[in-house]
Design a protein around this ligand. Structure first.
Ligand SMILES: [Mn+2]
Length: 391
């Protein structure tokens, strides 16, 4: 390809990129020590969707918003979907929640008590009902289940209970719906987590069927884990269903993706580009799972979308022919340089050009600040109860 043809390929690929934002990113959040309230925070799912639509209006690549049940429970889901459509976006992934009820102290679907397991499975099935009403494709499952002490419960029996719950839920899915199973190393369980790693999630998915896929939350790994290796393995197995993007430094920090380690995000996107998995037809959901505790939320989500775009643009700039030739020749330094040259490219001018081509302001954050949206929501939402975790 000529340089010009290559540039036009990169731009058209970036134009087709889709990043899903999360409803909970717009609500109040914090650490387990303190939730800091912000002004203008949505009071209900309708207002969260309005904020998500605002992110899409300024970025052009975030046309869906993930919901979390019961945080985003409403009486009329088709009406919520219409509200989203009126604002130019759609409802996305449905995230289940079986971790915020006293009954789940010793686990949800893995609990020794069959009545608790039935309650948890009932919630998962209810989430599929909601997907039917919203038109959502994906059900995302994350289980806080695990144990704090050796001997607290039987490891294999808990896996059997988990498998049974996943089977019942999977069998309830429609033909166009998928189950995305998320893993997490630790927390809130500190000795053993029932789905701690990609291998466990992968094993359950392969036993369920084609539409059970693993989701990689970038914050859910031990320090030093080579996440792009996991990406490559799941791509190779056809079991990568999506990402929950966020940034971690110590544990599950849930900060803006690409903020602490933009090079890691680039390495992940490089595997994605190599596998041709950026196309929507590849069926990989690119979602943000973040909380903005000390920074203003909407600009933080916009910044996160831009960080993913920048990492993707750099990954698209890797000279694959030069990389393959260097690898084949055993030229370690040239192979590494093929990646680093792309990583060190300043892609911001190209992304500004892309936004102008899309009829957007080249600087989405500045455009958002000028728009008056924050002043509007600050005044409109001054009264009432702001949404937050568990609300
Ligand atoms: Mn997640």
């Amino acid at each position: 390809m000529t340089d010009l043809a290559a540039q036009s390929h990169v731009l058209s690929t970036l134009r087709g990129q889709r990043i899903e934002t999360a409803s909970w990113a717009y609500g109040n959040s914090g650490t387990r020590f303190k939730v800091f309230a912000q002004q203008g925070v949505p009071r209900d799912p309708y207002e969260k969707i309005a904020d998500a639509a605002t992110v899409h209006r300024f970025t052009g690549v975030a046309p869906t918003v993930a919901l979390h049940i019961p945080w985003d429970k409403v009486a009329d889901y088709p009406d919520l979907a219409r509200h989203a459509a009126d604002l130019g976006i759609a409802l996305g992934t449905i995230n289940a929640n079986v971790f915020q009820d006293d009954d789940y102290k010793l686990g949800s679907v893995t609990n020794a008590d069959p009545a608790v397991r039935r309650k948890a499975i009932g919630h998962l099935l209810e989430c599929v009902d909601i997907m039917d009403a919203t038109g959502s494709r994906d059900l995302k499952l994350w289980f806080s289940d695990g144990t704090n002490y050796p001997g607290q419960d039987d490891v294999r029996t808990r896996q059997d209970r988990l498998a049974a719950a996943l089977r019942e839920t999977y069998d309830r899915l429609g033909p166009d719906q998928r189950m995305l199973l998320e893993y997490k190393l630790f927390e809130p369980a500190f000795y053993m987590t029932d789905v701690p790693d990609w291998g466990t999630a992968y094993l359950h998915c392969t036993q369920l069927g084609e539409r059970a896929q693993v989701v990689i939350d970038t914050g859910h790994h031990a320090p030093g884990t080579n996440i792009e290796f996991i990406v490559a393995m799941l791509l190779r197995a056809g079991r990568l269903g999506g990402f929950d993007f966020n940034s971690r430094f110590y544990a599950d920090d849930d900060l803006m993706v690409g903020s602490a380690d933009p090079f890691q995000l680039f390495r992940i996107m490089h595997e994605i580009v190599l596998a041709g998995a950026l196309e929507q037809s590849a069926g990989i959901a690119y979602m943000l799972d973040q909380c903005h505790n000390i920074e203003p939320k909407i600009p933080a989500v916009i910044r996160s979308v831009m960080n993913v775009q920048e990492a993707t643009a750099k990954a698209l700039l890797v000279d694959h022919a030069a990389l393959a030739a260097a690898q084949q020749a055993g030229d370690v330094l040239e192979a590494n340089a093929a990646l680093m040259d792309a990583y060190h490219t300043d892609v911001r001018p190209m992304l500004r050009e892309l936004r102008e081509d899309m009829g957007l302001d080249p600087d989405p954050i500045a455009a958002y600040k000028r728009s008056g949206y924050f002043e509007k929501i600050r005044d409109e939402r001054a009264q009432g109860q702001a949404a937050g975790w568990g609300a």
